[in-house]
Write a protein that binds this ligand. Structure first.
Ligand code: ADP
Length: 184
């Protein structure tokens, strides 16, 4: 059963590849960005609380993020497999994921990272901003999201490399090519 974490910079294709992997391996795709955007769209209490962080490209505080995600992961019928896209994004969240794994007897079998050159990431995000109108795909917000990734999220790759479950994949080329590389 696949229990994978996807850790990659904004625009690298986490969402696209996460959905495909979930389909191929028959497990749910849990995207923290999508869960949060759904709350914003519903105008729920948590949605209203997270909206400004997301809009400016900052991370949502853990006290809002963690319970929302855990509600999906655990609950009455805990998921036995999943592709978790967008979590963890900080050392604190990696520790939370570790604790959660210990408590539920679950081990993650892969952390997948996607490598895409910085200039291509900006191009992809600007293009997406004009196509699907995500309020955080503007040039200023993209810059902040990249800085947040470099400072808080990228160091996690070293941590997972040390735990020997990191799979580093070239994220350039067509969507099919990237999926094939991950599966290999
Ligand atoms: P991207 O990787 O392109 O930034 P996501 O859809 O993964 O897109 O995330 C969008 C936004 O959702 C982030 O900028 C952040 O505000 C919020 N978010 C997603 N995952 C997390 C997380 N694990 N912790 C805190 N905030 C998060």
């Amino acid at each position: 059963m696949l229990r994978a974490l996807l850790v990659a910079p904004p625009g690298a294709g986490k969402g696209t590849q996460g959905e495909r992997l979930a389909d191929i391996y028959g497990v749910p795709h849990l995207s923290t960005g999508e869960l949060l955007r759904a709350e914003v769209a519903k105008r729920s209490k948590i949605g209203l609380d997270v909206e400004s962080f997301m809009h400016r490209g900052d991370l949502v505080p853990d006290e809002l993020m963690a319970p929302l995600l855990l509600g999906y992961l655990t609950g009455p019928e805990p998921l036995s497999g999943f592709v978790l896209d967008g979590f963890p994004r900080t050392a604190e969240q990696a520790e939370l994921a570790h604790q959660w794994g210990l408590a539920s007897g679950i081990t993650f079998n892969a952390v997948i990272s996607l490598d895409v050159p910085a200039e291509e990431l900006v191009e992809r995000l600007v293009r997406r901003g004009s196509e699907v109108s995500r309020s955080d795909d503007t040039i200023e917000t993209i810059r902040l999201r990249q800085q947040v990734y470099a400072k808080s999220t990228e160091p996690l790759l070293e941590y997972y490399r040390g735990r020997v479950i990191l799979i580093e994949v070239d994220g350039t080329g067509t969507v099919d090519e990237v999926t094939r590389r991950i599966r290999e």
